[in-house]
Design a binder for this molecule. Structure first.
Ligand code: NDP
Length: 434
C-alpha cells in the first residue's frame, strides 16, 4: 500500500494473489530467500509518455500513453493495448501483473505486459483514430520488438488499430518485423482464430469445470455481459455447445431475448456497424432493452460469463445470481468480479473460473501467431482451435491439480494463482537476483 498509494485495482490484484500463496511459501522457502514476493510485485519498468495528435478541426489534443513491462522471466513481454478514458497507472499495472501469471499458465514462452492510453475512441473519426494511433506508436516503438515486447489489442483496440500500429512501426524501423504485434488481420500476418479465441477459450474452460460435476453447457441458460470481442465469441461457442444465451449488454444497458440471443445480429450491430446494443430490439421484436448494465445479473440463469470490464459484478449482483440458482461463473473479462462477489460464489458452491485461467485463450493464440510469424506460415482455423482446446484443458488441469495438492480442492482461484506463480517464481530464481 505504501509503495503504490491510491492504486486500487493493482492492490486488489496483488492482494488476491498474496491470499493464495501462504502454502506455497511453506513448501518452497527458496521463494522467500530469493525475495520473490517483493520482486514479483514490482514491474520491470513502467513507461509513461505524452501522445499529441491533431483532431479533425485542427486542434491539438494531448493524451497519456502507458506501457507496463511487468515481468519477462518466461519470455518477451506480452499483453494488450487498451484505449479507454478510464486507463491509468493502477489499471495498467493490475492488468500487466495478472497477465504475467496468465501467460505463464498457457505454457507458452511469454512474459507479462500491458499498455494503453486514456484516449476515448468513441465519437472519433477513422482519420482521428489513425493519427492518434500513429502518434502513440511513434513513442512506444522505442521500447517494443518481436523479442522484447509484443503488444496486442484489448478494449478499444482491434485489428484496425493494430494495423495502424504495425504500419507505423515498420515505417519507423524501415523493415517488416512480422512478430512485433499480434491481433493482426489474418490476411496480413494475423492468426486465424485469434478474434474468437478469448471467448471460445472461456467457454472451453467452463465446460471443463462443468465436466468435473458430470454436467455441460447443453440445455443451459446463459447470460453474458458486454457485447464486444470476448462476449460475442463466448456467446457463439456457448450456443454451439447447446446453450441458450438469454442476455448480453453494453455500457448503457442490456437486452433480454427469451428466444435466445442471435449472435449474427450482435456482430452486425457492434462489430460491423458500431451501434448500441439497444438497436437489437428493432430486429427481434420479442427482445426487450433495459437501461443500466448491472441489471443483467438479475436475469435468472445457470451460467454467467462476465465479459465486459473490471469490477462489473459486485457482491449484490453475486447474491442475486446465487438466489436465482446460478451453477457456474467464468470470467471472460479481466477481474470482472469483486473480491466479495468471488467469496459469495465460493461460499455457495458455485463453480468459479477466474480470469487469469478462463480468459487465457486469447493470449495463447497470440503466442501461436508469434510462432506462425517466426515460421513464416499460417495454420488453418481448425488447427488453431484444436490447439486452443488442448491449452484450455491443460490450464484447467494445472489449476485443479495445484488447488488439490496445496489443500484447496475445487478452489480454482487459489489453483490458478499458485500454478501461475510457481512457474514465474521458478524462472526468476533460476535467473538470479536482479
Ligand atoms: P471490447 O472493447 O471489444 O468490448 C467491451 C464490451 O464491454 C463492449 O461491449 C462495452 O460496451 C462493454 N462494456 C464496457 N463497460 C461495461 C459495463 N460496465 N457493463 C457492461 N458492458 C460494458 O473489449 P474486449 O471484449 O476485447 O475485452 C473485454 C474484457 O476482456 C476486458 O476486461 C479485457 O481486458 C478482457 N480480455 C480481452 C481479451 C481479448 O482477446 N480481447 C483477452 C483477455 C481478456 P460499449 O460498446 O458500450 O463500450
Amino acid at each position: 500500500k505504501k509503495r503504490n498509494p491510491g492504486e486500487k485495482e493493482f492492490l486488489q490484484a496483488t492482494r488476491e494473489i498474496f491470499d493464495s500463496l501462504r502454502p506455497v511459501f511453506l513448501k518452497h522457502p527458496k521463494f522467500i530467500h530469493n525475495g520473490i514476493l517483493e520482486r514479483i510485485t514490482e514491474p520491470d519498468r513502467v513507461i509513461t509518455f505524452r501522445v499529441s495528435w491533431e483532431d479533425d478541426t485542427g486542434k491539438v489534443q494531448v493524451n497519456r500513453g502507458f506501457r507496463v513491462q511487468f515481468n519477462n522471466s518466461m519470455g518477451p513481454y506480452k499483453g494488450g493495448i487498451r484505449f479507454h478514458p478510464t486507463v491509468n497507472s493502477s489499471i495498467m499495472k493490475f492488468l500487466a501483473f495478472e497477465q504475467t501469471f496468465k501467460n505463464a499458465l498457457t505454457g507458452q514462452p511469454i512474459g507479462g505486459g500491458k499498455g494503453g492510453s486514456d484516449f476515448d475512441p468513441k465519437g472519433k473519426s477513422e482519420r482521428e483514430i489513425m493519427r492518434f494511433t500513429q502518434s502513440f506508436i511513434t513513442e512506444l516503438s522505442k521500447y517494443i520488438g518481436a523479442d522484447m515486447d509484443v503488444p496486442a489489442g484489448d478494449i478499444g483496440v482491434g485489428k484496425r488499430e493494430i494495423g495502424y500500429m504495425f504500419g507505423q512501426y515498420n515505417r519507423l524501423k524501415g523493415g517488416y518485423e512480422a512478430g512485433v504485434f499480434t491481433g493482426k488481420d489474418p490476411n496480413h500476418g494475423g492468426s486465424l482464430g485469434r478474434k474468437e479465441a478469448t471467448g471460445y477459450g472461456c467457454v472451453y474452460f467452463v465446460e471443463e469445470m462443468l465436466k468435473e460435476t458430470g454436467d455441460s453447457f447443453a440445455g443451459k441458460n446463459v447470460i453474458v455481459s458486454g457485447s464486444g470481442n470476448v462476449a460475442t465469441y463466448a456467446m457463439e461457442k456457448a450456443i454451439e455447445l447447446g446453450a441458450k444465451v438469454l442476455a448480453c449488454s453494453d455500457s448503457n444497458g442490456y437486452i433480454l431475448d427469451p428466444n435466445g440471443i442471435d449472435v449474427g445480429t450482435v456482430i452486425q450491430l457492434k462489430e460491423l456497424d458500431n451501434k448500441r446494443i439497444q438497436e437489437y430490439t428493432k430486429f427481434h421484436k420479442q427482445a426487450t432493452y433495459h437501461e443500466g448494465c448491472t441489471g443483467i445479473w438479475s436475469v435468472p440463469c445457470d451460467i454467467a460469463l462476465p465479459c465486459a470490464t473490471q469490477n462489473e459484478l459486485e457482491e449484490i449482483d453475486a447474491s442475486l445470481l446465487i438466489k436465482n440458482g446460478v451453477k457456474a461463473v467464468g470470467e471472460g473479462a479481466n477481474m470482472p468480479c469483486t473480491e466479495k462477489a468471488i467469496l459469495a460464489f465460493q461460499a455457495n458452491g458455485v463453480l468459479f473460473g477466474p480470469a487469469k485461467a478462463a480468459n487465457a485463450g486469447g493470449v495463447a493464440v497470440s503466442a501461436m501467431e508469434m510462432s506462425q510469424n517466426s515460421m513464416r506460415l499460417s495454420w488453418t482455423v481448425e488447427e488453431v482451435d484444436d490447439k486452443l482446446k488442448i491449452i484450455m484443458k491443460n490450464i484447467y488441469t494445472s489449476c485443479h491439480d495445484a488447488a488439490t495438492s496445496f489443500g484447496y480442492p475445487g478452489n480454482l482461484v487459489v489453483g490458478a494463482n499458485i500454478a501461475g506463480f510457481i512457474k514465474v517464481a521458478d524462472a526468476m530464481v533460476s535467473h538470479g537476483i536482479h
